[in-house]
Structure formats: structure tokens, C-alpha cells
Design a protein. Structure first.
Length: 268
């Protein structure tokens, strides 16, 4: 009688978490040096592709923009698989960023025409919307949340590799959340300028409700972005600002027109 051999243990690469992504044990152990080298390589690749249109997948970026407005969970469904194949959570394709900058530039030009800003005024508006509203504010938010996640929300079960939130991924989350907010507070506001700038309660209601939806959607998409990271805990904390925003919204209906004040800040 031949001796029987027990079957080999299941490969860690086949095990999954409750998110449907590969379990943490399937990731390779990363030393700080390897992590820094991977991050540097990813940033270099990102900027190389930024100046090469042939290497950017605009079709995927546009589909992500569509789903961020109607089904944002679908955008984050493949984040774990991207981590497996690219060894990073952040995008390595700058097409999404490029499209967002183009959208902001076109919107700034239209605002400049509507408010008669002239060439220099419109150029200043483009630079402000792209480099301040989107990039600078996004860098600040990404840095704060990156530090907060790695300082307070890390959770590594026993015998699992140590992972940390990537700053570039935090900026990706901001970019994802910014796009629907951009459509509401930049594009839709542009269309509704004759309505939201009137001295009437209904104008205040319409404009402030618009900002309520935009801010709530930004927070929700941000929550989804961090909720898919299996090494974080207590991600529900990203939803905590929602009640505060709603309280401010209710109070603002008693005479504070948010879009009117925002437009006055831009155009006096």
C-alpha cells in the first residue's frame, strides 16, 4: 500500500478578505527601503506618462468620472486588484488628473467670459481654480488624512505584513471626491447664476442645497476610498462631518446665501 500524501496548503494568494480583495497575507512583506523605492518609481512613472498622451487611458478615466457621480462604489471595486498587479494603491495613470485639469480650465474660461474678466483675469482664474482650489487644497487634505490614517487608524492582525496608507492614494481619493463636487459647485452653479444670486429665500434654498449635496457627496466618496483599505480600522469616522454640515445648512437657510458669498469672493 502506497503512503498517502496530504494535499498542499492553500496558497495565500487565493485567500480573500471580506472586501473581495486578496487577504493581507498575500501581500509581500515590504521593508521601508523597498516601500520608498516603490513610491519613487511610481511617482516617476506617473509624471513620465503625464507628458505622453499615448500612455494615458482617457477612456477608463472618463468611465471613472461617470461612475463617481452615479455609482462610486464601482470605482473602488478594483482598487485591490490594482494593488496586486501594480504593487501600489494609487493610480499610475495620470489621465484622470489631466481630464480634471482640462475641465477646470474650460470652466474658468467660461466664468471669465460671464464675469468679463479679460485675458489676464481669466488666466488668473484658471491658475487659482487648478493650483489652489484643486491641487493645493487637495495636497493639504491628502496630507492631513494620510497622517491621520497612519497615526491612528492602522490595524494589522497577527502574522500579517505591515502596510501604510500611501500619500498618492490619499490624493487620488481627494481627486475622486472633488470631481462630483466640481460638477455641482462649479458647473451647475455657473448655469444657475441668475437663480442663486437673487435676493430671495428660494435662491438661498436652491444654492445652499446645492452645496449641501456637493459636500455630502465629497465626504461619502472619501469614506469609500478609505473603506477599501483592509489595514485601516474605524473608517466610519470619515462620515462624522455629515451631521455638522447638515446643521450648518439648516442654519444658513435663515439668511446666508453660500453660492452668492462664494462668487463675491471670486469676482467681488
Amino acid at each position: 500500500m502506497l503512503p498517502t500524501r496530504s494535499p498542499p496548503p492553500l496558497s495565500p494568494a487565493l485567500s480573500t478578505t471580506s472586501y473581495g480583495f486578496p487577504a493581507a497575507s498575500s501581500y509581500s512583506f515590504e521593508t521601508p527601503r523597498r516601500r520608498r523605492r516603490s513610491a519613487t518609481t511610481g511617482v516617476t512613472t506617473f509624471f513620465k506618462r503625464l507628458f505622453s498622451r499615448q500612455q494615458m487611458d482617457f477612456e477608463v478615466a472618463m468611465s471613472q468620472m461617470f461612475y463617481l457621480c452615479f455609482s462610486p462604489k464601482r470605482v473602488y471595486r478594483f482598487v485591490g486588484y490594482h494593488r496586486q498587479t501594480k504593487n501600489q494603491w494609487a493610480r499610475d495613470d495620470p489621465a484622470f488628473l489631466a481630464l480634471l485639469v482640462i475641465c477646470l480650465t474650460i470652466t474658468a474660461i467660461v466664468y471669465g467670459i460671464v464675469y468679463h474678466q479679460g485675458f489676464l483675469g481669466t488666466l488668473k482664474l484658471i491658475l487659482w481654480m487648478v493650483f489652489v482650489d484643486y491641487i493645493l487644497v487637495g495636497c493639504i487634505i491628502a496630507t492631513v488624512l494620510w497622517f491621520f490614517c497612519n497615526k491612528f487608524l492602522l490595524h494589522h492582525p497577527l502574522h500579517t505584513p505591515v502596510q501604510r496608507a500611501e500619500w498618492a492614494y490619499c490624493f487620488d481619493v481627494h481627486s475622486n471626491a472633488f470631481f462630483p463636487m466640481f460638477l455641482i459647485t462649479y458647473v451647475l452653479q455657473l448655469i444657475l447664476i441668475p437663480v442663486v444670486t437673487r435676493d430671495a429665500w428660494i435662491s438661498t434654498f436652491v444654492g445652499n442645497t446645492m452645496y449641501l449635496i456637493a459636500m455630502s457627496w465629497y465626504i461619502y466618496v472619501t469614506y469609500l476610498g478609505y473603506n477599501v483599505l483592509p489595514f485601516l480600522k474605524s473608517q466610519n469616522i470619515f462620515l462624522y462631518p455629515l451631521p455638522l454640515i447638515f446643521i450648518f445648512y439648516v442654519g444658513s437657510l435663515f439668511g446666508y446665501n453660500v453660492p452668492k458669498h462664494v462668487l463675491n469672493m471670486y469676482f467681488g
